[in-house]
Write a protein that binds this ligand. Structure first.
Ligand SMILES: Cc1cc2nc3c(=O)[nH]c(=O)nc-3n(C[C@H](O)[C@H](O)[C@H](O)COP(=O)(O)O)c2cc1C
Length: 338
């Protein structure tokens, strides 16, 4: 089994599991939830380099962190080498352990600004950015890429080779093309092929939805670390189970008490970070994800959208837990497990 520590420069990541950057999701409270579940490295959502450099308060707030979540990787996106370098300095100054550059975002709004995956078809600009950022900071530098603009992966190989030359410390590959978005299947053989060529650590990403698949990613590709995105949205506990599975240990499902404790802590941390009004607004969808698969979750979600304050949400959570603890709830739970 593969549970060897992942080393990115001087940063040791054990277990070698990473929470993917997820825009609009992986804020500090979400990262703390993944960390508490045993995730090895948490990543911020992508942060605009322009926003940081031009002093957007909202963007700057995205750099807030706490020692408890370390090691922390902060991801920035942008297209101008000078601005990216300046933003990277700010990220280092804010205490990040790793700086990651986004070369993979395929959202139109981002591609239109020549950032994200647009950089994979503009290798000269990509190289200038990597050189400028590398010079600007002393902390480890990583990049996150896609296959590129066609399935051959040619652009991924090109950018990866450049990254090595520029002193990038590790690279993450999500083997889908720019046009694929999140559709189709991630093509893991491309990760295995890149691993053959790369001398820096490689992180594999795409379609890991269980500890077994995390293990398969290591085995099939030879990557040194794995990154989980969408599955963690509804199941942050996947990091605990994966870590145990990689150690050949039995991973029991999370108990109901622990599941509700996790959601309660997430609510509290979100309120501490965003304030009650913004946090409660967010919780209406976020807690909705976290109850996925539980019997009665759609009724819970319907009640959740009507909540407006912390007390409402806590009452809603308590009522749901009481139902799941009732004879009928237990019966439904047993059925959904079988
Ligand atoms: C809602 C959402 C937001 C995302 N935001 C980012 C982002 O900010 N930066 C980034 O590099 N990738 C982003 N991604 C891509 C993920 O990091 C990851 O590469 C992708 O979801 C594939 O991994 P998965 O199959 O484990 O979800 C996002 C994906 C989703 C679904």
């Amino acid at each position: 089994m593969t549970n060897k520590a992942l080393r990115i420069g001087p940063v040791t990541i054990q277990p070698p599991t990473i929470l993917a950057p997820l825009a609009g999701i992986t804020d500090l409270p979400f990262r703390l939830m993944a960390k508490d579940a045993g995730c090895g490295l948490v990543c911020s959502e992508m942060i605009s380099a322009n926003g940081l450099v031009y002093g957007s308060k909202k963007t700057f707030k995205m750099l807030e962190s706490t020692d408890r979540e370390r090691p922390l990787s902060i991801q920035i996106f942008g297209a101008d080498p000078g601005i990216m370098a300046e933003a990277a300095r700010m990220v280092e100054g804010a205490g990040a352990d790793i700086l990651d550059i986004n070369f993979g975002c395929s959202v139109k709004k981002v591609v239109k600004t020549d950032s994200g995956v647009a950089l994979m078809r503009d290798p000269q600009r990509a190289e200038k950015i990597m050189i400028a950022v590398r010079k600007a900071i002393a902390i480890p530098l990583t990049i996150k890429i896609r296959s590129g603009w066609d399935p051959s992966g040619k652009q991924a190989f090109e950018i990866a080779s450049m990254a090595e030359q520029c002193g990038v410390d590790a690279l993450c590959l999500h083997p889908r093309t720019a046009g694929q978005g999140f559709g189709g299947k991630a093509y893991w053989p491309l990760i295995a092929a890149l691993k053959q060529k790369l001398s820096i650590p490689l992180i594999g990403n795409g379609d890991i939805t269980s500890p077994e698949l995390a293990h398969d990613m290591f085995e099939q590709t030879g990557c040194e670390g794995i990154m989980i995105g969408r599955a963690a949205l509804s199941d942050p506990d996947i990091f605990r189970r994966t870590s145990l599975f990689l150690e050949n240990k039995i991973a029991e499902p999370l108990s109901l008490d622990d599941h509700f404790r996790m959601m309660g802590n997430y609510l509290k941390n979100s309120i501490d970070h965003h304030g009650e009004s913004i946090a409660c607004n967010m919780m209406r969808s976020r807690l909705g994800f976290l109850v996925k698969g539980l019997p009665g979750c759609s009724t819970f979600r319907k009640k959740l959208v009507l909540t407006t304050c912390e007390k409402d949400i806590r009452d809603c959570l308590s009522a749901f837990q009481l139902y799941l603890d009732s004879d009928h709830g237990k019966e439904q739970l047993a059925r959904s497990d079988s």
